[in-house]
Write a protein of this length. Structure first.
Length: 83
């Protein structure tokens, strides 16, 4: 009976050791994935901010000029004086 108990304890210890190794591997993978997600998010936000900045500095003014030209053309076409 004592031998059975000893074998059972050894088996239990081995299982605990293997579980701990698996846990550490999973924790490392989670940590790596989290870091990769943070990096990707940071890159995404930097790109989004750069794009928004470009839109505000160039695209919107270009659209406004185009709109003003179109309004001017319509005013001229229909004989509406500009203010």
């Amino acid at each position: 009976m004592r031998l059975y108990s000893q074998i059972q304890s050894q088996t239990c210890q081995q299982m605990m050791d293997e579980s701990e190794k698996d846990f550490k591997k999973m924790a490392e993978r989670i940590s790596e994935t989290t870091e990769a997600m943070k990096e990707t998010y940071t890159e995404f936000m930097e790109e989004a901010q750069a794009t928004a900045s470009r839109v505000c500095k160039t695209t919107i003014p270009e659209l406004a000029k185009s709109f003003e030209k179109s309004v001017g053309a319509l005013q001229s076409r229909f004989g509406i004086p500009s203010n």
